[in-house]
Design a protein around this ligand. Structure first.
Ligand code: SF4
Length: 305
């Protein structure tokens, strides 16, 4: 539970606050930038919400926070906040929800309920006729489980790499979903996953889903391509607000930077319009601009070697 006694002095006065247990995962800052920013090595409330929409986004960040580090001095009705997860980002054609996506429920969702054991990584739900897909593992939280049940459950749980697996066994047991993880990232907690991807060649899971091994961040990191719109990248690639471009995490590369760069080159031949990462920010561009951004990313990576 967030603690008023641990309220960071960097917070602006008022209802919402971040306490000193924040692990600096960035989630609240991209979910509700009108309310949260970074001060020192952690988040803070830089401005109290001024509209119902801002308050809703800030309270959604409170729910998503992996360490329960966001507190509220006032009472809030949390029912509509809990009901907002998973949060629909786009329809299956790639049209953003905010820009008039086709009516749901089919589409790609942000699950919320980030898990501390995955250092607050983002997980996603794909709702589609061919069977729903969970990408990486959110907290196994009852309100989220119920909402996913209502959306048709989970057929496949794709794990991008060894770090973001948290409650994967609980999701598997509840929904009976097939878990997919690259063999090079299988460890004791994941030794029972149903499908282990071998080697560096892309593997088609079905007509819409392709696993693309992208070793670098870890030996068994892999991206999941959904159709020609969505690339789920785990910790391989993300948008950097600071650099204004797509990046790989040079300072958080646990295996081999050279292979990470080569893995990114392999993606240049793929068409997609969204990058949906575990850590870092997501981005969405028309196909030609995404191709340009990916080329720019590779050139930057080569310089960062
Ligand atoms: S979501 Fe929680 S842990 Fe992550 S940066 Fe915000 S307050 Fe910190």
């Amino acid at each position: 539970m967030p603690s008023p006694a641990l309220r960071r002095p960097e917070n602006i006065a008022g209802d919402l606050y971040v306490d000193d247990t924040c692990i600096d995962c960035d989630t609240c800052r991209w979910m509700a930038p009108d309310t949260f920013d970074r001060a020192g090595e952690k988040s803070r409330v830089h401005r109290q919400p001024r509209t119902p929409a801002e308050l809703q986004r800030a309270l959604m960040a409170l729910v998503a926070c992996p360490t329960a580090s966001i507190g509220a001095a006032e009472h809030h009705d949390m029912k509509p906040v809990l009901a907002a997860f998973p949060d629909r980002l786009a329809d299956l054609a790639g049209q953003p929800a905010a820009d008039g996506a086709a009516p749901g429920p089919q589409g790609v969702y942000h699950c919320g309920y980030h898990h501390e054991d995955s250092f607050g990584a983002t997980s996603y739900l794909v709702v589609r006729p061919a069977g729903n897909v969970l990408v990486d593992s959110p907290r196994f939280a009852a309100p989220l489980v119920k909402r996913i049940e209502a959306l048709g459950g989970v057929r496949t749980l794709f794990l991008t790499h060894q770090d973001d697996v948290a409650d994967q066994d609980k999701w598997h047991k509840h929904f009976g979903c097939e878990r997919v993880l690259h063999a090079a990232d299988v460890h004791a907690a994941t030794r029972d996953v149903e499908r282990k991807i071998e080697g560096d060649a892309p593997v088609r899971l079905d007509d819409e889903l392709t696993v693309i091994p992208t070793p670098g961040h870890t030996a068994g990191s892999a991206c999941l391509l959904l159709g020609d719109q969505f690339l789920f990248t785990g910790d391989h690639l993300a948008w950097s607000e600071r650099r204004g471009q797509i990046v790989g995490f040079r300072d958080a590369c646990w295996y081999d930077w050279g292979q990470l760069v080569e893995s990114t080159r392999k993606l240049l031949s793929r068409r997609f319009t969204w990058i949906l990462p575990g850590h870092g920010r997501r981005c969405h561009f028309p196909p030609e601009e995404m191709a340009r951004q990916m080329q720019r990313c590779v050139e930057w990576m080569e310089g960062a070697a």
